[in-house]
Design a binder for this molecule. Structure first.
Ligand SMILES: Nc1ncnc2c1ncn2[C@@H]1O[C@H](COP(=O)(O)OP(=O)(O)OP(=O)(O)O)[C@@H](O)[C@H]1O
Ligand SMILES: [Mg+2]
Length: 256
């Protein structure tokens, strides 16, 4: 989808209203999500932070149609997806949403290429086109020489790149990442973040859960959750438009 310049408060890609998710354990009820309202416009970059158990993953699972709220409405691209059948939800998920997890969730017996192809197999895309798109993704994510490797033959960073390739092979409009760098060292994690940010710069909406304050601060919009509720939701002002500057080396490296 082409990136669109959205006016402030422009068309909502996502609108959550009164979303609740309850878990019953014995006599007690956990309000994993308590009356969440949230509006997201296309192309946003949002970090979600908050203490363990505050509902971050539950929120992402609801947004990713992996879990159903007990109350409230979720409107995705103008359509109320809360009331869809499981099959219809799976279809929307397949076409519009990519998910990246902390522990990669690759299929162990499949190669990198096969893992990346999987969403296209499920969507019924012809083999020829699948093959072309997998080759393109492998090259684009720096995995061309790892196509035939199974997940246990890949490094953590490579596994997450396969997972991101798989999550985006259907060209989703929304990319959800739940602690995507949680199992990676700093340098590898930074590389994964750069990939996600490039995808966001290309127009995909990016919602990322992280425990890392420095990572969270990279997002323009930062959401803080506590006890199943959104406690803060702040958007940084857009960086000022500066006139194009001459490359630094022209000014500093001109000496003989
Ligand atoms: N399947 C479940 N059954 C019962 N309770 C659950 C279930 N899933 C989540 N919860 C509870 O809901 C609350 C929110 O969980 P969630 O996984 O969304 O937290 P989180 O913010 O992602 O935490 P973390 O940072 O540790 O990943 C927690 O109190 C958790 O125990
Ligand atoms: Mg979580």
């Amino acid at each position: 989808m082409a990136p669109t310049a959205e006016p402030p408060g422009g068309t909502a890609q996502i609108q959550l209203t009164g979303i609740q998710r309850l878990f019953h354990l014995g006599d007690s009820t956990v309000h994993a999500l308590a009356d969440i309202g949230l509006r997201i416009t296309p192309g946003e970059y949002i970090s979600v932070m908050g203490p363990s158990g505050s509902g971050k993953s539950t929120l992402l699972n609801v947004l990713g149609l992996l879990d159903r709220p007990d109350a409230g409405h979720y409107v995705l691209e103008g359509r109320d997806v809360t009331t869809l059948s499981p099959d219809e939800q799976a279809r929307v998920r397949s076409q519009r949403i990519g998910f990246v997890f902390q522990s990669f969730h690759l299929v162990p017996r499949l190669t990198a290429a096969e893992n990346i192809a999987l969403p296209m197999v499920l969507a019924g895309i012809p083999a020829r086109e699948r093959e072309a798109r997998v080759q393109q993704a492998l090259a684009g994510f720096g995995l061309a020489d790892r196509a035939g490797h199974r997940p246990d033959q890949l490094s953590g960073g490579q596994r997450q790149r396969v997972a991101i390739a798989r999550a985006t092979i259907m060209r989703p409009a929304l990319l959800l990442a739940d602690e995507p760098t949680g199992n990676l060292d700093r340098a590898t994690g930074d590389e994964v973040i750069r990939l996600l940010e490039e995808l966001n710069a290309g127009g995909v909406t990016l919602l990322m859960v992280t425990h890392d304050a420095a990572l969270g601060a990279r997002a323009r919009r930062r959401i803080l959750m506590e006890d199943g509720a959104i406690r803060r939701d702040e958007t940084q002002p857009a960086p000022p438009q500066t006139p194009a500057q001459a490359p630094a080396h022209e000014a500093t490296d001109a000496r003989p």
